[in-house]
Design a binder for this molecule. Structure first.
Ligand SMILES: Cc1cc2nc3c(=O)[nH]c(=O)nc-3n(C[C@H](O)[C@H](O)[C@H](O)COP(=O)(O)O)c2cc1C
Length: 313
């Protein structure tokens, strides 16, 4: 159960706001992000003491302002409620002063997996990578049954935030990314593992306000064409790095499934905003959000295989 808590500035723009609901736990928080127009419309309704509806830009969510209660009906989320008089007081107070997003300085660090290796041999296949990939295999469900993993994988947008993801599983998901094929084996991608809570919340805003981007594990897959040392035009190198980053994310997504986790692939991102938030010059290709799902669901259906494939004989 969450209760309305406060209105605070948007993380990435000085217009709009975040409406916060808090639960018992510190992590038990819901945030509705309103853009400039949505906030203006809501403010207008509340200031005139009228009832009405504000449609949010995701085209699914609406705010229903009634005399007593205001309901936030959201895509893939429970309805949130607040007394209209309380919301009115808070929204009108909020509008009285200008707000600036608070900058956060980030200090990216090196990633240290939970396994330690004396000598990481780069001659053959890296010893550390292999050690991570083969560790604890027996404890996991069907990890080596690749086809079973493919047949059962299902995206989730509803993570159980009370169940943390074990470090050794994170290691494997990251190592899986490193096993993907890349153009010329130049590994034209980089993964940014976002642990910082505030940065995760900002990424929600940069991902068309999709709330599930604030997931237990958040990986931003970025393209790095400068690593692809091949004598091809820049567009080709850029395409290769996009494909490298995409494949790596797909490998991590399958690894997460094999480990009993679920994920959602986020392609709907504002690349410039993500770059600013995670402080990189590299273009992000996707964000992979991972965690334990609230409910395990069966895989979605697909078109018939015969409609997918055309044979040229
Ligand atoms: C390129 C790409 C972009 C996607 N972007 C989003 C996104 O921005 N938001 C979202 O909720 N899901 C996104 N998805 C997830 C798809 O909606 C999901 O994979 C699809 O409905 C199939 O469901 P399944 O993964 O359970 O088989 C994306 C998937 C792909 C491959």
């Amino acid at each position: 159960m969450t209760e309305f808590s406060k209105i605070e500035p948007s993380y990435i723009s000085k217009e709009g706001c975040r409406i916060i609901w808090k639960g018992i736990d510190e992590d038990d928080q819901d945030a509705i992000i309103l853009n400039k127009n949505e906030l203006e419309h809501l403010t207008e309704l509340l200031s005139k003491e009228s009832t009405g509806k504000v449609e949010l830009e995701d085209e699914f969510s609406t705010i229903l302002v009634n005399t007593d209660t205001t309901q936030f009906q959201l895509k893939e989320h429970k309805t949130l409620e607040v007394k209209t008089s309380i919301l009115r007081k808070n929204i009108l107070e909020y509008g009285k002063v200008p707000h600036e997003p608070k900058p956060i300085k980030i200090y990216p660090k090196e990633f240290f997996p939970s396994i330690e290796i004396q000598d990481d041999n780069e001659e053959k296949r890296n010893t550390l990578l292999d050690a991570i990939l083969t560790a604890k295999s027996k404890d996991t469900i069907s990890e080596d049954q690749l086809f079973r993993v493919m047949a059962t994988r299902r995206s989730t947008r509803n993570f159980d935030t009370t169940q943390p993801v074990e470090q050794w599983k994170v290691d494997k998901i990251l190592a899986a990314a490193d096993t993907a094929p890349t153009a010329g084996n130049f590994q034209g991608f980089e993964v940014v593992f976002v642990k910082n809570k505030e940065i995760k919340k900002r990424l929600v805003e940069a991902a068309n306000k999709q709330p599930y981007v604030n997931a237990p594990i958040v990986l931003v897959f970025c393209m790095d064409p400068s690593r692809v040392k091949m004598n091809f035009p820049p567009e080709t190198l850029s395409k290769f790095s996009l494909q490298d980053a995409t494949l790596a994310a797909a490998y991590s997504q399958l690894a997460a499934s094999a480990l009993g986790l679920s994920s959602i692939w986020i392609g709907m991102i504002d690349e410039e905003k993500v770059k600013q938030i995670i402080e990189t010059d590299l273009k992000p290709s996707s964000i992979l959000c991972i965690g334990y799902p609230h409910h395990k669901r069966p895989p979605k259906s697909r078109r018939k295989l015969k409609d997918l494939i055309r044979v040229i004989e």
